[in-house]
Design a protein around this ligand. Structure first.
Ligand code: NAD
Length: 490
């Protein structure tokens, strides 16, 4: 049982060793399913960040001195050990998030795929060779490391979030300080243990446990951190951009979404229902790419609505493999969701399904919200323009394509969007005109692949794309090289 090997107090990994926080303080990690403490976690602060960044800086030249191919081999070994330990990792992910073991296995598989893809980048790592206007001058580019990467992640898909940041940062020759999400500390700790076993040199990957203000903020502000990559809320991302911008550190922001899924009257309704349920409620709606606005053509609104409500009421909520969705990550998030729902009701929206905490014996102690469908909210109401990050979605009725597209784009966010239609014309126009970093036809709003760039427009990010080959642009500097040869010297 891997759960038994999680330390009673989850430590940091600094310089290849596990360590307590200098403050000596700890906090409790609670089970989202039972509400009971699982273990304690060290509460790192500026002094711990200082140590970790120093160690990362010292290790960086040695790591950068390895060839990208060699670095790729080390990353490949991490991925290989992750595959060996896939069930253990998934068990920890399930324990910390309350998602089912099967869902956690899927997420862990995606994290491994990310590792394998980035390991392979060590043998590509392409620059550009091009022409010069000047005779006997040869122009090309190479990638070089940025330095020390400060990585800060959310808890929603914890092992995937670690993988999306650590693998591209390391393949590029950076060393890293990862601030684990406070709700999923053991997942990050376990990754650190695997990296150690795979032979990642001491100091190359340091993992810090702690709270956002106490451990995340000092990492962002540290002058020894050359690139900050953040996955989390738009509000925190905005502050990170301001602090890092002050010292012109590079920043990559993967932020929130208010993603729309459009159902046209010519859609395959069964397929649209299937993807609506998955996109809105899988992982308890805790996905940046979750579908939180379902925009339905008037002509099929009633049948779609009725079938959706019926199916939502049949969703099984719990931590087991037969369940469709689990709890949300913590009490604060549950309270936030309930407050949003109450305000939407006050503003005139109708709760078509759910809307309350599950208080039966099986769920009462956990952070369980009934899967919730809201109708009748205005397109600019709080609930329509704010990311909730939970199993809550709103239904909207539109007259046709133009109105639907306008509603999709009339949002502060621009992460992902989907359309369900049988028309190649609608599908093509939608994918071309929608203001989102990801556009999907006849599928869900989520489900990005590790070799594809992911990121959003507007308040969903700052224009960077991770992972995919494009992540290399976040974690490397391009250098132009011009070589002049002299034919007279031949
Ligand atoms: P959050 O912004 O509250 O926290 C995310 C991380 O930032 C945590 O590790 C936290 O400790 C840290 N943090 C908090 N305050 C900080 C500060 N002042 N300085 C530095 N670090 C700080 O987000 P959350 O509620 O934990 O996660 C949910 C959010 O993450 C949602 O908005 C979701 O859309 C977003 N998300 C985005 C993506 C993406 O790829 N676009 C993926 C997953 C989640």
């Amino acid at each position: 049982m891997i759960e038994e090997s999680i330390p009673g107090t989850v430590p940091n990994w600094i310089g290849g060793e596990q360590s307590e926080a200098l403050s000596g303080k700890v906090f409790d990690k609670l089970s989202p399913h039972s509400g009971k403490p699982l273990y304690q976690v060290v509460r790192s602060m500026a002094g711990d960040i200082e140590r970790a960044v120093r160690v990362a800086r010292e290790a960086q030249p040695g790591w950068a001195g390895l060839t990208p191919v060699r670095r790729g081999e080390v990353l490949h070994d991490i991925a290989r050990l992750m595959r060996r330990d896939q069930e253990d990792i998934a068990a920890v992910v399930a324990l910390e998030t309350g998602m089912s073991f099967t869902a956690a296995m899927g997420e862990t598989g995606a994290a491994i795929a990310q590792g394998e893809f980035m390991a392979g980048e060590g043998r590509r790592f392409y620059g550009r060779t091009t022409t010069s206007a000047i005779p006997h001058r040869h122009a090309s580019t190479v990638r070089q490391p940025v330095g020390v990467a400060g990585l800060i992640i959310a808890a929603n898909t914890p092992i995937a979030n670690v993988a999306w940041k650590v693998f591209p940062a390391l393949i590029c020759g950076n060393t890293a300080v990862l601030k684990a999400a406070e709700d999923t500390p053991a997942t990050a700790w376990l990754f650190g243990r695997i990296a150690q076993e795979a032979g990642v040199p001491a100091g190359v990957l340091n993992i810090i446990q702690g709270q956002g203000e106490e451990a995340g903020a000092p990492l962002v502000a540290h002058p020894g951190v050359d690139v900050v990559s953040f996955t989390g809320s738009t509000a925190v991302g905005r502050r990170i951009a301001a602090v890092a911008g002050e010292r012109l550190a590079r920043v990559s922001l993967e932020l929130g979404g208010k993603n729309a899924l459009v159902v046209c009257e010519d859609a395959d309704l069964e397929n649209a229902l299937h993807w609506t349920l998955l996109a809105a409620f899988s992982n308890a709606g805790q996905r940046c790419a979750a579908a939180s606005r379902i925009i339905v053509f008037d002509a099929i609104y009633e049948p779609f609505h009725d079938r959706l409500i019926e199916r939502v009421r049949r969703l099984r909520v719990g931590p087991d493999d037969g369940d469709d969705l689990g709890p949300v990550i913590n009490q604060r998030q549950l309270d936030n969701l309930l407050a949003f729902i109450a305000r939407a009701k006050e503003a005139g929206a109708v709760i078509a399904s759910g809307g309350c905490r599950l208080d039966d014996e099986a769920h009462a102690k956990g952070f369980y919200l009934a899967p919730t469908i809201i109708e009748g909210a205005g397109p600019h109401d709080e609930i329509s323009v704010t990311e909730l990050f939970g199993p809550v979605t709103c239904l909207y009725r539109v007259g046709g394509f133009a109105e639907a597209l306008h509603m999709v784009n009339d949002s502060p966010y621009g992460l992902t969007a989907a359309i369900h239609t049988g028309s190649i014309h609608r599908a093509t126009e939608f994918t071309q005109q929608v203001q989102a970093g990801v556009a999907v036809v006849n599928g869900g709003t989520h489900g990005s692949e590790p070799h594809m760039p992911f990121g959003g427009l507007k308040q969903s990010g700052n224009g960077s794309r991770e992972p995919g080959t494009e992540a290399l642009d976040v974690y490397s500097e391009l250098k132009d090289i011009y070589i002049h040869s002299d034919p007279g010297q031949l």
